[in-house]
Structure formats: C-alpha cells, structure tokens
Design a binder for this molecule. Structure first.
Ligand code: ITT
Length: 194
C-alpha cells in the first residue's frame, strides 16, 4: 500500500499534477481530503515564506506531516511580476483575468522572457526542508492551448515551440518548475529511512 502524504493546496490542478508525479509511491491527500476548508493566508513576501505558511498551518492544526508549494510566474520586463501575486494579479478575477492582465502589460514589449518558479516546504518530524524548481521561457502574444491552468496558455518553455497548455500533463511535468521541485522532494523522501 502506498504511503499517504498531505499536499497543502486548494488548487485541484496542482493536486492532479502532483498526484500524477507521485503515483505509485505516495497517495496524495489535499486540504479538502483532510477536512481543511480554511483559505490559509499567504502573507509572506517570498515563495518560500508562503509555502512555509501553508505547510505549518497543516502541521500545527492537524498534526500531520505535509508539504506545500508556492509558485508563480516572473516576467523580466515587469520586474518579476506577477511573482508571489500570480494567483491574484488581477484582483480576484481568476486565471483568465490574470493572464489577460499580463498580456495587456506586455503589449508591444519585445523582451518577453519569463520563468515559472516553485518552492516546496516540507514539514516532516518537526523539521522543515525546502526544494525549488524553475523553468525559463518566453511569453506568447496570444494564448494557445487548453491543457493545464493559470498562465500555461501564454508560456512557451525554452527549447520548445508549443506552450505548456499545448503539452500533455506528462510532457509538462517532465520539465516544469513544479515537476523539477517535486523530483527533489521525491529524491529526499526516498533517501529517508524512517
Ligand atoms: P494553493 O495556494 O491552494 O496551493 P494557488 O492556485 O493559490 O493554490 P499558488 O499560490 O502557488 O497556488 O499560486 C500560483 C498561481 O501561479 C496559480 O494560481 C497560477 O495562476 C500560477 N501558476 C503556478 N503554477 C503554474 C503552472 O504550472 N502553470 C500555470 N500557472 C501556474
């Protein structure tokens, strides 16, 4: 039987991605699965700080080892925006509104370099560990593709001619920020003997 691991997220797409990556080795439970309906405040000023707030909330309130990620898109010409504000860049209008705001701000801008970043905080046996993944790419001028979520339809990873939203889940996970951070988490978990 596979071991259970709590992933402190309310984002169902992130749960699906991470479940697919950990398939076979771990059964992933998200916040709803453990009965946590609180919208955990993400008030820190860095990805690591926000990931930490989420994992600590679960450890303190549910007594469970868990991990959380904070992720986002950093656009060079926008001085790193939307960054930690990626999920609420347009103020609450959701993924489509966020994506449209980035496209609007990037209208006519020729330097379209951007990267996705994920930082994972793992709280295990009272100790905290961090893992980070990044993927560089460029922003399209128009959305393309329907897979994935968030900014996927406008992000084209370097070395590819398609956006994340035009890739299968497996292709995206193999090169994505979250996939890379998760690989480090898995290697760490596999190296733990107890
Ligand atoms: P939780 O905090 O509940 O985990 P969330 O959606 O708020 O879910 P984040 O705080 O990590 O997740 O915010 C990340 C936002 O960045 C997310 O809502 C997307 O807009 C964007 N994002 C992160 N990873 C992405 C990915 O793989 N593809 C596209 N957009 C992504």
């Amino acid at each position: 039987m596979s071991r259970k691991l709590v992933f402190a997220t309310q984002n169902k797409y992130k749960t699906q991605e991470v479940s697919a990556i950990l398939k076979g080795a771990y059964e992933v439970l998200n916040l709803l699965d453990i009965g946590c309906t609180t919208d955990i405040p993400e008030t820190a000023s860095s990805f690591a700080g926000n990931a930490s707030l989420k994992s600590k909330y679960v450890a303190e309130n549910f007594g469970l080892d868990c991990f959380a990620d904070d992720s986002g898109l950093e656009v060079k010409a926008l001085k790193g925006e939307p960054g930690i504000y990626s999920a609420r860049y347009a103020g609450g209008g959701g993924d489509q509104a966020n994506l449209e705001l980035v496209l609007k701000k990037m209208n006519g801008v020729t330097d379209r370099r951007a990267r996705f970043v994920t930082v994972i905080s793992l709280l295990m046996n009272g100790q905290e560990y961090f893992f980070e993944g990044r993927v560089n790419g460029t922003l399209r001028e128009e959305p393309s593709g329907t897979a994935g979520f968030g900014y996927d339809p406008i992000f084209q990873p370097d070395g590819y001619s398609v956006t994340f939203a035009e890739m299968s889940g497996e292709e995206k996970n193999a090169i994505s920020h979250r996939g890379l951070a998760m690989k480090q988490l898995i290697a760490f978990l596999n190296s733990e003997i107890i």
